[in-house]
Design a protein around this ligand. Structure first.
Ligand code: HEM
Length: 532
């Protein structure tokens, strides 16, 4: 290349570069000017404003990028009880103090309803006509919420639990007593995921449930679940979220046939939760196909958090053989052998597990504390003042959104102690002392424990999840030896939870950790059954 050509090229590059630098400076300068002009003016009693490091858009980028973990990042930098985060020229409030979190969750002036509506259109791809049935009928969301609560009354809940768990017992019964070497499960997470998803779909949708004869739907369900954050945020989802979009379509199509055939109405094995929700939608003019479009979310809501919780509990228990021994001791007296006049049938009473196995329950709650990073969203319907019980109050203004992050309060060292980041199986054992100091400490912990949200939208499935997880883990602890394959039980890393889930999943869908599942001596022929 001639020297003149090189010189011409260099000058072009330097012109181009200096041009770019000028544009960049202009953009940054413009952003700062806009930021100065557009910074929201706050009332003195509103939560303090935290401006983003990139003017106007820094917090938005942070939340999209880091999802639920963004709260930890900001709170670490600004360890204050509550804040206003600037988002463009508006703001959201974010609550980090346990008492303020409880106050925000409890007041009816802060509502989840508007998010349900906004979420529905994008997540389910509803037509304008179907969406209008939701927005034109102001009572639809409250009626739907009421149907959820009615469907989770103790009698309905017991029926759901019994169906789900007896379905799971089929998975356990499949482990052959003759197979002394044990059954190799290549991926523990996928094994737990599939067993719980099938069982839950069966208990929700009854014997006609489409998953029964079409196991590939489980994969579709989790593909759809994993793509929810993208369906909500990305433009042109038919192209940009192709796999999730197709999986959702497939699920909606099979469920469309299910609801059009009115199985939810006519099959007595369908859960009241499913029937009640569909009944509300039909009452507002939804066709079977439209019910299916919205109700594609039900099996997702019922599994998305239970599955990883079950997984982390198994990993944390079986990483500590001495702990497994102690829990075994706790569970053994509750088992009844010889049900159904069959000496091999072993029955576990689920309600007794909760009452009589404090260590197992403590482990479950500890897993929930450690792996739950739920962010509850609320919109403020009227100006509201909340206080922290220590003399500080904050004004929350109508129309602003609030985020309440459990991942922060669950990991506050001042509340949980120096081992806050470790799995302490005994942390939630019933307190032994009753001194004023201990009572106060327990109260603080109770306020700082919000894995299921709270108030009107407190998770209605929490008792279903508790029963399901305690029952499966007790059968595993008593009847089986689990030996890790690949890595050890305590080596699996969690990926940060995305905003659509409360509980963190294992990295790479748990790849790298399998198990050898073997029946324990003395329990070779056991057939596991569960009752309410
Ligand atoms: C370990 C398991 C579970 C966890 C950690 C969990 C967590 C949550 C959380 C944090 C919320 C939002 C609460 C709020 O914003 O205040 C929620 C809502 C909900 N959950 Fe769960 N959940 C679990 C299991 C289940 C199960 C098994 C079901 C169904 C059988 C279920 C059904 C629902 C429904 C329908 C809602 C929406 C309630 C409403 O809008 O009023 N969840 N869950």
């Amino acid at each position: 290349m001639a020297a003149s050509q090189i010189a011409a090229g260099e000058s072009l590059v330097s012109k181009f570069t200096s041009g770019n630098v000028l544009i960049l400076c202009g953009v940054i300068g413009g952003l700062y000017l806009l930021d100065f002009l557009l910074t929201p003016r706050l009332d003195a009693s509103e939560p303090p404003l935290l401006k983003p490091s990139i003017p106007l858009i820094g917090h938005i980028i942070g939340i999209i990028w880091h999802q639920t973990d963004y709260h930890r990042i900001v709170h670490k930098k600004h360890p204050i009880p509550i804040a206003s985060l600037q988002m463009l020229w508006g703001k959201i409030y974010t609550v980090w103090d346990p008492q303020l979190a409880q106050a925000s969750l409890r007041t009816r002036n802060l509502s989840f309803g508007p998010f349900v509506v906004e979420f529905a259109q994008k997540a389910f791809g509803l037509s304008a006509e179907t969406f209008a049935k939701i927005t034109d009928n102001k009572d639809l969301v409250p009626d739907f919420t009421e149907a959820i609560h009615a469907g989770m009354q103790p009698k309905c809940l017991h029926a759901m639990n019994a169906t789900a768990l007896n379905h799971i017992s089929r998975t356990l019964d499949k482990v052959s007593p003759d197979d002394e070497g044990g059954v190799a499960v290549p991926n523990l997470y996928l094994w737990v995921r599939d067993a719980i998803t099938f069982a839950t779909a069966h208990s929700l949708l009854g014997k006609e449930n489409p998953f029964e004869n079409n196991p590939s739907l489980v994969e579709d369900l989790w593909t759809f679940e994993g793509s929810l954050p993208h369906l909500l945020t990305k433009p042109f989802p038919t192209i940009t979220v192709r796999k999730g979009y197709l999986a959702r379509n497939k699920l909606q199509a099979v469920l469309g046939k299910y609801y059009t055939a009115m199985h939810d109405v006519n099959d007595p094995t369908v859960a009241q939760l499913t029937r009640g929700r569909a009944n509300v939608l039909r009452g507002y003019g939804f066709s079977g196909v439209e019910v299916a479009q919205a109700e594609v979310m039900l099996p997702v809501a019922a599994t998305t958090n239970s599955v990883p919780t079950m997984y982390w509990l198994i990993c944390s228990l079986f990483a500590k053989p001495a702990l497994v021994d102690r829990i075994r001791e706790e569970v053994l007296p509750l088992l009844e052998k010889g049900g159904d006049s069959d000496p091999d049938v072993v029955t576990i009473n689920i309600s007794r597990l909760e009452r009589e196995c404090p260590l197992l329950v403590s482990c479950y709650r500890e897993i929930m504390r450690l792996f739950n990073q739920n962010v509850s969203m609320r919109r403020i319907l009227a100006d509201t003042t909340i206080n922290d019980g220590k003399g500080n109050s904050y004004l929350l203004k109508k129309g602003v959104d609030v985020q309440i992050a459990s991942g922060i309060v669950h990991r506050m060292q001042g509340i949980w102690g120096d081992d806050v980041l470790e799995f302490n199986p005994e942390r939630f054992l019933p307190p032994t002392g009753k001194s004023a100091g201990q009572v106060e400490k327990e109260k603080t912990k109770k306020n700082a424990y919000i894995p299921f949200g709270g108030g009107q939208h407190l998770c209605p499935g929490r008792n279903f999840a508790l029963a399901e997880i305690l029952a499966i883990s007790s059968a595993l602890v008593v009847g089986f030896d689990l030996t890790p394959i690949g890595m050890d039980f305590d080596q699996m890393k969690a990926q940060p939870a995305v905003l659509a889930n409360a509980v963190a999943k294992p990295a790479n869908d748990g790849e790298g950790l399998g198990i050898k599942l073997r029946r324990r001596k003395g329990w070779e022929a056991a057939e596991w059954r569960f009752e309410g």
